[in-house]
Design a protein around this ligand. Structure first.
Ligand code: KG4
Ligand code: ZN
Length: 344
């Protein structure tokens, strides 16, 4: 079974070819530079970029896999959630290809693709379903932060989520206050590595709360007030690094504590992590140590499959098709507000 997968929910145009769970190719065209001058993603510009990139990216993915379109068996694409103008471009390309080639189409939920991305085995770029066990998954990205209890493959439910901003958004917005370029998360990660995480005691929102939800907007405000009061913090490279390390520590402390609490509450022996923020080295290290202390197994998505990509769309489609997924009607449109708890 050979699947062509397409992803265009935000600012990456991506295509991949996945054959029997092995990623034969994965191409990502990022629009970061286009949006950087606006400090965030502009949906209209994203759609235009997707439109010029989608066919070259699909052609590249096919050529890297040594295939032509008629060798494929299925077309899969992100159907939601995401920015409607952006989603529409990739999804429509998939609809048209499926129609022209007479192939089945599978619409994929974006968070679900992140959720199962840690199962891509890093060395072989292969979907490793045989190692599956019930787990708690932290899906942490620019648009979403949630804890999901995965009882069996494709049997999962959200047990905690942010009530306001996503963790990635908190990284990006505080980075902007510090004067770092967009997207701020990766830059903060780099600077934080050389700073003191205990330099400033920023709040750990909802850490003491016994539930599994998150809130990051208050932390953002606390950073703003702190910098207004102490503008000197940004004047030397060393104290700027301390600010980055302290913000990162506040975010990761909450993410780690709630993820471990969810694992305990639902009595699972494994944690998985995915989404752009899962690239963060501070978070990866803190989770690694916490899981080791608690005797939990940890599977973190490989960095190239953390940020938006189509390989995760193709691997999820493989898994779903193996479990008997029926094709998505070709005339069905995008589902921009599609939540993870809603069935496909
Ligand atoms: O998964 P993703 O590519 O897109 C969404 O679905 O949102 O995640 C992008 C987010 C951005 O907020 C970016 O700043 C954050 O992931 N991110 C990071 C790192 N790499 C990406 N945040 C912290 N540390 C990183 N190393
Ligand atoms: Zn994403």
């Amino acid at each position: 079974m050979k699947i062509l997968a397409i992803e265009s929910s935000c600012d990456e145009t991506a295509a991949a070819v996945v054959q029997e769970g092995v990623i034969l190719s994965s191409v990502v065209a990022t629009q970061m530079k286009v949006h950087a001058e606006y400090g965030g993603v502009v949906p209209e510009l994203a759609a235009r970029e997707h439109l010029s990139n989608v066919l070259p990216v699909v052609n590249q993915a096919l050529s890297d896999a040594g295939m032509s379109a008629k060798d494929l068996d299925w077309i899969a694409a992100t159907q939601g959630p995401g920015l409607p103008p952006a989603l529409m471009v990739g999804y429509q390309a998939a609809q048209h290809m499926a129609f022209a080639l007479g192939m089945p189409l599978l619409g994929v939920q974006h968070h679900e693709a992140h959720l199962y991305s840690p199962w891509i085995h890093s060395e072989e770029a292969r979907l490793e379903t045989e190692a599956f066990e019930p787990h708690i998954s932290l899906v942490v990205s620019g648009g979403h932060t949630m804890l999901v209890w995965v009882r069996a493959p494709m049997d999962h439910g959200v047990v905690g989520a942010t009530i306001d901003d996503a963790a990635g958004e908190c990284f990006d917005k505080t980075a902007k206050m510090i004067g770092l370029p967009y997207p701020g998360g990766p830059v903060m990660d780099r600077l934080a590595a050389e700073g003191d995480p205990k330099a400033i005691d920023f709040p750990r929102p909802m850490l003491k709360d016994s539930g599994l939800d998150f809130s990051f907007s208050g932390l953002k405000t606390a950073v703003r007030y702190h910098l207004e009061k102490h503008p000197e913090r940004l004047q030397s490279p060393d104290s700027l690094k301390d600010v980055c390390a302290s913000v990162q520590a506040a975010i990761t402390d909450v993410l780690v504590a709630k993820t471990l609490r969810a694992a305990q509450k639902h009595a699972v022996g494994m944690i998985t992590v995915s989404g752009g923020v899962a690239c963060n080295r501070g978070l990866r290290a803190a989770l690694g140590q916490a899981c080791e202390r608690q005797g939990l197994r940890l599977r973190v998505a490989q960095p190239i499959y953390c940020t938006d990509n189509a390989a995760m769309v193709g691997t999820l489609a493989t898994w779903r098709i193996r479990l008997g997924a029926t094709p998505t009607p070709r005339e069905e449109g995008i589902r921009a507000g599609w939540m993870l708890d809603e069935k496909a």
